[in-house]
Design a binder for this molecule. Sequence first.
Ligand code: ADP
Ligand code: MG
Length: 350
Amino acid sequence: MSGRIKPLDVSVVNKIAAGEIVIAPVNALKEMMENSIDAKATMVDILVKDGGIKLLQITDNGCGIDKDDLPILCERFTTSKLEVFEDLSKIETFGFRGEALASISHIARVTVTTKTEKDQCAWKASFSEGKILGQPKPVAGKTGTIITVEDLFYNIPSRLKALRSPGEEFNKILDVIGRYSINNNNVGFSCKKFGDSKVALMIKADLSTKDRVRIVFGANVSTNLMELNIDITDDVQRNGLLSASGFVTNLDFTNKKPIPPAFFINGRLVSCDPMRRSFYQIYSNFLPKGNKPFIYFSLTIKPQNVDVNIHPTKREVRFLNEEEIIDRLAILLQDKLASIDTSRTFKTAS
Ligand code: ADP
Ligand code: MG
């Protein structure tokens, strides 16, 4: 080791950056699904081969991509969603960084077929390492976008080796699609394994939240599900909570395998550990020992109060007055559970 400092090769930089965003096929899928929702799609169809390693294909009926934008589509930091840094404080789309497709194109073979309303035909182009390969070709197609990702991690053998089995990777994909479907009521989702005649998941666009929960998490969850009425009073609003909806299981719900809660903050699926701990703590006063509830909460927090830019996968977010907001929701949950507890005969586990 000479100890001298040298700049990294661009392709190395890009592969490292991509590896931070895409750890497994499910991360790529989530980014693309969010792009479809950002594009106002009402139907998102997903096709998966070998747990997403061989093939991940997302077809949506969103606004499509302008043919003239295709050459820079997979370049790093190219986006239609953010112009100046200040916009980040009021961002309403999932994306803003213009990094997802770029990253994916550095670690997989990407093909995009897309058509906007005003175009006569669809345009198809392939991408590698951020760059378009040749010129877009005219093809037949409907308004919307099909993104095909093949041979994920073909150039990062260590990442490939670290993956779970195709079956497990597929389950992670199904889980994320299911969770997004619950929080995107006007959007339909389907997911199919390549070669299977039957779909693994089908959520029609007009289904209610409860029906979505039933399809994704089963009838045991949905029949025991109750909606919480969350009043947004002035003091709550002052803390930055603009709206909240919650669906949680009642005290008759028993399950052996706990289902991680589905928390959404401004539409993003997040793991909010303080919220999980607080809500589980409350349930532990009511449920037989070892039983965990199913919890789905979707919060809208003043965009200026939320920092979505703390992690490349956006899995975690920070927001102001986190403690006050969680405490308020916890009290509400506590009251609700206490009221149903008094109106039933409770069998203790002892
Ligand atoms: P970001 O979402 O942060 O802007 P991406 O790399 O995910 O970055 O996408 C880059 C751009 O490609 C988006 O800003 C959007 O304009 C376009 N795009 C990607 N996927 C789709 C899609 N399914 N439908 C329409 N436009 C899309
Ligand atoms: Mg995006």
